[in-house]
Design a protein around this ligand. Structure first.
Ligand SMILES: O=c1ccn([C@@H]2O[C@H](COP(=O)(O)O)[C@@H](O)[C@H]2O)c(=O)[nH]1
Length: 276
């Protein structure tokens, strides 16, 4: 079975290193001339999938914007995950789950087991209960060829308060997460399937990403002020494993399909110029 890391590498080699987030903000629905309800959510999401599924390496639906419409929103999330995967684009579900191991096993079943209608290629998780508590997600990903991205150095300004704090051993909390994920990718053939989330806004922090050998999701480009030109300072020699991610900056170009595609192409070109 091909691993998630191998599938991601093939996708970025073929289509360029770009992830586009599907974040149906109320403000974007209004900008697109859509109603802030389930019908607007559906039109918005399917338009993005139809415009970009054969163009970008990864689509990243943000679960929160679907959950806010309850079960009918989650049903649309299920549909776009299925349609996107059928169209050949990898789906990273940004759902940021994290809990004690026994509960984490249920989340892993929901998002990484192919028998679930919410199964994606990969998910985001939070290590706040300890990286070890995420073990059921790592095991499910290994069993089913999926991927897991663990929050390490997030793009928001509140992140460093906790992520840069020092543990008893002297390393930062983020470096501890980075090192544990690096261990999981040891011995992987090609790119590992266990990734990290490292914001494109954080600048140079002195964290060592050189041993990760897994994908590095870089959100925060565009709307949050991150710029592809800043990626080298953050990622250094690990630049080749970076998966830059844009949501609002690209989505704001809709609803016209050609404009959405042009915005994604511009973002991909800007990232390719830095990452190669
Ligand atoms: O550190 C993080 C982790 C996740 N995100 C998510 O990415 C998108 C960013 O959207 P933009 O419109 O491009 O700002 C959003 O879904 C966040 O929840 C992040 O921004 N930072």
């Amino acid at each position: 079975m091909e691993t998630f890391g191998q599938r991601l590498r093939a996708a970025t080699d073929a289509r360029g290193p770009l992830c586009v987030g599907i974040d149906p903000h109320a403000a974007l629905l209004a900008k697109w001339g859509l109603t802030d309800d389930v019908a607007g959510l559906e039109r918005f999401s399917f338009t993005v999938v139809e415009a970009l599924a054969d163009r970008v390496a990864v689509l990243k639906p943000q679960s929160a914007f679907f959950e806010r419409f309850g079960s009918r929103g989650v049903a649309i999330l299920e549909s776009i995950i299925r349609q996107s995967r059928e169209a050949g684009v990898l789906v990273l579900l940004d759902v940021k789950r994290g809990d004690i191991g026994s509960t984490m096993a249920a989340y892993a079943g929901a998002y990484l087991d192919p028998d679930s209608s919410l199964c994606a290629d990969a998910i985001t998780v939070s290590p706040y209960l300890g990286v070890g508590s995420l073990r059921p997600a790592f095991d499910a990903a290994t069993a089913h060829g999926g991927g897991v991205f663990v929050l390490a150095l997030t793009s928001n300004p509140e992140g460093p308060g906790i992520q840069h704090a020092r543990t008893a051993g002297g390393r930062t909390v983020a470096q501890t997460v980075i090192d544990e994920i690096s261990q999981l990718n040891r011995g992987a053939e090609g790119l590992g399937s266990f990734g990290l989330v490292v914001g494109a806004t954080i600048g140079e922090t002195g964290h060592d990403l050189s041993e990760v050998n897994g994908p590095l999701l870089a959100p925060g480009l565009g709307a949050q002020g991150g710029d592809p030109a800043g990626l080298k300072a953050i990622f250094g020699e690990s630049l080749r494993n970076v998966l830059p991610s844009y949501s609002r900056e690209v989505l704001a170009a809709g609803p016209d399909r050609v404009s959405l595609q042009a915005a994604a192409d511009r973002a991909a070109d800007a990232c390719r110029a830095v990452i190669g």
